[in-house]
Design a protein around this ligand. Structure first.
Ligand SMILES: *[C@@H]1O[C@H](CO)[C@@H](O)[C@H](O)[C@H]1NC(C)=O
Ligand SMILES: *[C@@H]1O[C@H](CO)[C@@H](O)[C@H](O)[C@H]1NC(C)=O
Length: 441
């Protein structure tokens, strides 16, 4: 097993071999993977990343909301200045590849990035105010960083990166502080991971490690595959992922793409939910798609908590309360929007959070389950009160189960778009580590 000492020695060695190799700036090796950081914003409970866009001498720093379910990257171009920016013409091949609209955009104000004529327009979706519009498709150089799975190393230019240069109305109500845009991680050609993998010829996969807080360090988006090191643990998490198929919903999601296009969002086949090993009883038909694409289970980074169809939520809460009382956990008055809250003084603390009954999400595949311990199933709603961190989605949600951020934190989730699988680590908390790190060496 590689110790962190060996890793560090290898890095220093490779750094030295560059500086000796040539005169002038050394040519960087092809990156093995690209890394972007993830910050959690404690008020909105949303996840953000940062990257640089524009002419490399004077790039603009973009703080962007991360949305697993969005197909494009976009930001507010109102004050964007970059000599390398180019808008995409309507009807061009690039426009078609990006599934741009067939009509051309026209703009009657002063020409600037985001305001031009005969321009390709693409659908842009802002999930938080749930706002859909058509905006200018453009391209520019962005700066990204390579990683070896443990540290972040060199910066690389990615020219002709495609994104939508949007108006201030679209970007206006983005959550967070100084948020300029959004990075979509969906399964389509112009999402952030697809463009990065294709430019650097990396594997078509990416992994997320969502932090529960950014106080002690940032989380990760790894693009191009492992290894994934979650220091201080020296295990490569990519070697111990269990996998479940990513399934296609032909209908669901905001209908941005033409009819018959497979959904670009990430659905999995959840087969059952167990509390302390006992199955929760609800209609299994909720777990598959009906002919209108309603039902099923999807993964979302913009829902702070998992949202369940009422017919799943109610039995889940009842069974959890029953199991909690068997464990002598005292129930207290509920704190909205949660349905079951407990006196945290009656719950012992463990390395994986409060010692409450485990909730297992049983997934397709041989013995694939995602075990939620207290850190992922409970949230502190106020002093000495912890609540079951699931939300009632009502009786007619589009998707029966939307797995949200709180339940996904401190796991490694690897989306392999070639194999169409989701790889899952066990809770990193079990290994005395988390998704909060410094990766600056
Ligand atoms: C686009 O064309 C219209 C009509 O010809 C013109 O008034 C307008 O100024 C043009 N816009 C830009 C940004 O060049
Ligand atoms: C985690 O830490 C605890 C106590 O600090 C220790 O008992 C346990 O062996 C550690 N587990 C691992 C996987 O390192």
């Amino acid at each position: 097993m590689a110790s962190s000492q060996t890793l560090i020695t290898l890095f220093i060695f490779s750094l030295l071999s560059f500086s000796c190799a040539a005169t002038g700036p050394p040519k960087l090796p092809k990156p093995k993977a690209i890394h972007l950081p993830i910050r959690k914003h404690q008020t909105t409970l949303q996840y953000f990343t940062t990257y640089k866009s524009g002419h490399t001498e004077l790039p603009t720093i973009i703080d962007a909301l991360i949305d697993l379910g969005s197909p494009s990257v976009w930001f507010d171009c109102t004050s964007y200045v970059s000599s390398s920016y180019k808008q995409t013409s309507c009807g061009s091949n690039k426009c078609k590849k990006a599934k741009g609209s067939s009509s051309c955009l026209t703009c009657y104000s002063t020409p600037r990035p985001g305001c031009s004529n005969n321009t390709c327009g693409i659908f842009v979706y802002n999930p938080i105010p749930n706002y859909l519009s058509i905006q200018e498709l453009g391209e520019d150089t962005i700066t990204v960083y390579s990683t070896d799975g443990a540290y972040v190393w060199f910066s690389y230019d990615l020219p002709k990166f495609q994104f939508a240069c949007v108006d201030s109305v679209t970007a206006d109500r983005l959550p967070g502080d100084n948020t300029k845009g959004l990075v979509g991680l969906a399964r389509n050609e112009i999402s952030l991971p697809s463009q990065i993998s294709s430019f650097f010829k990396l594997a078509k996969k990416f992994a997320l490690c969502l932090p529960s807080s950014s106080e002690n360090g940032l989380g990760d988006i790894f693009i191009g595959g492992g290894p994934y090191y979650m220091l201080p643990s020296i295990e490569d998490q990519s070697l111990s992922l269990v996998t479940t198929p990513l399934v296609f919903n032909p209908i669901n999601g905001p209908r941005l793409l033409s009819d018959g296009e497979l959904s670009y969002q990430y659905f999995i086949n959840l087969k059952n939910i167990e509390i302390s090993g006992k199955p929760v009883t609800f209609s299994p038909s909720l777990l598959s798609f009906d002919t209108n694409g309603i039902g099923g289970t999807k993964i979302s980074t913009t829902s702070p908590y998992t949202i369940l169809h009422s017919s799943i939520y109610k039995p889940l809460v009842q069974d959890f309360i029953k199991e909690a009382s068997l464990n002598k956990i005292k129930r207290v008055q509920s704190v909205a929007p949660f349905g079951a809250c407990f006196d945290s003084k009656t719950v012992p603390k463990t390395i994986t959070g409060p010692a409450v009954p485990n909730i297992d999400l049983v997934l397709e595949g041989s013995s694939v389950r995602m075990r939620l311990y207290g850190a992922n199933s409970m949230v502190e709603a106020k002093k000495n009160v912890i609540c079951l961190a699931f939300i009632d989605g009502g009786g007619q949600p589009t998707t029966s189960i939307v797995l949200g951020g709180h339940q996904l934190e401190n796991y490694v989730l690897e989306f392999d778009l070639t194999a169409s699988t989701l790889g899952l680590s066990s809770s990193l908390l079990l290994q005395n580590t988390s998704c909060s790190h410094s990766r600056v060496y």
